[in-house]
Design a protein around this ligand. Structure first.
Ligand SMILES: Nc1ncnc2c1ncn2[C@@H]1O[C@H](COP(=O)(O)OP(=O)(O)O)[C@@H](O)[C@H]1O
Ligand SMILES: [Mg+2]
Length: 507
């Protein structure tokens, strides 16, 4: 290893280049050993790395060793020369390995019978003060060799190797972090729209879950029907995020929100100059949903002209931008939802029959809340937790009589109405338990038991008595609501509400 200065410089510059060219550590280390061979005629080189978990020193890359030798090259810290170098952090040079008892010949690769001397160099690879591995080479030695000069060069190379390891570790941990983050986000997204995120154990809802799972895997168009607030949006999300398109876009379009012309350019896009104001070419939502799912909400509100264009997309998978002369192929799954009776709209001529049949391939029908009222306690529990967290105070409890009152109501706005009502109650109620009085009017009106006797206009007498009592209490308390409420055994809020209801002035 009598390297000239020029050879050394060339070697180092080639090694630097190898580092720059690859982020793959093993590849880089291999090229270093090959460069040592070509520039310095070192036919056998090894780089070992200490595995911090097992405390074993393993051959990471080797040049001039067979695979079998490589796999046997594993050392304990302190064992043999390699183990000693890792333990002490000091380089070791063995001028003649045949004469050195420390030499283990673990890899059994060296032919010591040919009578020539082999020298062995082993230098530590240090990272932030710790020895993380070794770089070793051996060569046929001559008496005139300058071992110190060789060591210096190997030490420089080992410093470069350490940098490569450090860089590799950083890249690896960054990669692992990104990977974890990605997995976490995906899982979060999935649970957010998981079927199991929908609350309800009634038979009707179990049927809905079963349908969602059944339709998710296919590419067929799904029509979701159900009154407003029954969970059509949730179902659309669940279908998409349980389908093979889950990683692709989910794009929602509300067909009611936009006027006819805008809806068309929203859905299908437009070319520059297609109409006044179209100053730029615009991609439609269908094109943006390519590979994924488009959710057409309130499809029953779509007007005739858009219906015709939508039909073309469903039939041929072709989207035509407004003002374009040619269509474009898109791969989009369509989910549509409506709370209107589409069949009746078809009969009235307001909805294209051909489009209706194209849409209604698979359908999911959501039951109104009143038809699955057994789910109400679960839903109340669900929203108590959700809203409590949002409002930032623990939600009060709902007693059985209160839940009964809620069960008797018809809930025309379904789960959405329930959620809004609960929010209103939670904001107003400042006790641990919700009382009947805390419920809004609509929930306090008792629908008569079937067959029960009812006074004609029975409420009127009671109302008058109530008004009278409230007036008296207000008089006695000098118009102070708090005191009057105490006299009546009502909460402040309830009295406030009743004062308003009966239009009683605070005197
Ligand atoms: N089964 C359910 N479990 C939990 N929350 C629900 C359920 N169904 C509906 N919701 C909630 O009720 C609200 C209205 O639901 P949404 O899907 O927008 O109804 P729709 O689209 O049918 O009008 C949303 O906040 C939704 O999260
Ligand atoms: Mg909706």
């Amino acid at each position: 290893m009598k390297a000239t200065f020029a050879t050394e410089v060339q070697l180092l510059s080639d090694i630097a280049k190898a580092f720059a060219e690859s982020l793959n550590l093993e590849e880089t280390l291999k090229s270093i050993l090959i460069l040592l061979d070509t520039h310095l005629k070192l036919h056998r080189g090894t780089i070992t790395l200490l595995d911090p978990d097992t405390e074993m020193i393993n051959i990471k890359v080797a040049h001039g060793l067979s695979e079998r030798s490589k796999s046997q090259g594993s050392y304990k810290v302190g064992e043999g020369i390699t183990g000693r170098v890792v333990q002490t952090g000091e380089a070791i040079v063995v001028p003649d390995i045949a004469k050195d008892p420390r030499f283990l010949h673990k890899t059994r690769s060296r032919d010591t019978e040919n009578g020539r001397k082999t020298a062995f160099f082993c230098v530590p690879i240090k990272l932030e003060g710790r020895t993380v591995g070794t770089l070793s080479v051996d060569r046929q030695a001559a008496r005139t060799d300058d071992f110190d000069a060789s060591l210096r060069l190997l030490n420089i190379i080992s410093t470069m190797v350490a940098q490569a390891i450090k860089l590799n570790k950083m890249v690896e941990s960054e990669r692992a972090m990104l990977r974890d983050e990605n997995v976490r986000l995906r899982r979060e997204l999935k649970t957010r729209f998981d079927v199991h995120n929908m609350v309800g154990t009634s038979n009707a809802m179990q049927e809905v879950y079963r349908l969602i799972e059944q339709v998710a895997d296919s590419n067929a168009t799904v029509l979701i029907r159900g009154e407003s607030g029954t969970g059509k949006d949730l179902v659309a999300h669940a279908v998409h995020y349980n389908s093979l398109r889950a990683d692709k876009p989910f794009i929602k379009v509300n067909c009611t929100a936009l006027p006819e012309t805008l809806l068309e350019s929203e859905l299908f896009g437009h070319e520059k100059g297609a109409f006044t104001g179209a100053i730029e070419r615009k991609l439609g939502r269908f094109e943006r949903a390519h590979g994924g799912t488009i959710f057409l909400d309130e499809i029953g509100d779509m007007r005739q002209e858009s219906q015709a264009k939508l039909l073309r997309v469903l039939q041929d998978g072709v989207v035509e931008r407004v003002g374009a002369t040619q269509g474009r192929q898109v791969d989009v799954r369509v989910i549509a939802a409506t709370n209107r009776p589409l069949r009746e709209l078809v009969a009235d001529g307001d909805f294209r029959e051909d489009l209706y049949y194209r849409l209604d391939v698979l359908s999911v029908v959501l039951p109104p809340l009143r038809e699955r009222i057994e789910d109400l306690p679960l839903l109340v529990q669900h929203f108590r937790e959700k809203l409590g967290a949002r409002i930032g105070k623990p939600a009060p409890a709902f007693s059985p009589p209160v839940l009964d009152a809620m069960r008797r109501y018809r809930w025309p706005g379904n789960v959405r109405e329930l959620e809004n009502t609960l929010e209103q109650i939670l904001i107003l109620c400042d006790r641990d338990t919700v009382a009947l009085d805390d419920l809004p009017d609509k929930l306090q009106e008792r629908s008569p038991e079937p067959g029960a006797f009812q006074l004609p206009a029975g409420g009127i007498v009671l109302e008058e008595v109530e008004q009278d009592l409230i007036r008296q209490a207000m008089d006695r308390s000098g118009g102070r609501i708090k005191e009057a409420a105490e006299l009546l055994g009502l909460t402040y809020k309830t009295l406030q509400y009743r004062l308003k209801k009966h239009a009683i002035e605070r005197n």
